[in-house]
Design a protein around this ligand. Structure first.
Ligand code: SF4
Length: 74
């Protein structure tokens, strides 16, 4: 298995942010748009508790590579 291609899930109970490292082109759009959630200096680097689900969805939709996606709770 390629260790560089990992998938991480970050849930706030309402939505789950999915990040696929292998697709990320490190454009940093997410970090610029919503730095309180997407902060590469933190571990984990995605903190879904720090913004509303709407704000997170809007930022995920701007990810140019498809590395970020959202799973909504039914
Ligand atoms: S916006 Fe998407 S491609 Fe850019 S750094 Fe964030 S996850 Fe990676």
């Amino acid at each position: 298995m390629d260790k560089k291609n990992i998938t991480k899930h970050y849930s706030n109970g309402e939505i789950t942010v999915v990040w696929q490292s292998g697709k990320c082109i490190h454009s940093a759009n997410c970090v610029k748009n919503l730095p309180q959630v997407f902060n590469t200096k933190e571990s984990p680097w995605v903190n879904v508790a720090n913004a509303s689900s709407e704000e997170i969805i809007a930022t995920v939709n701007k990810c140019p590579s498809g590395a970020l996606s959202i799973i909504k709770k039914e």
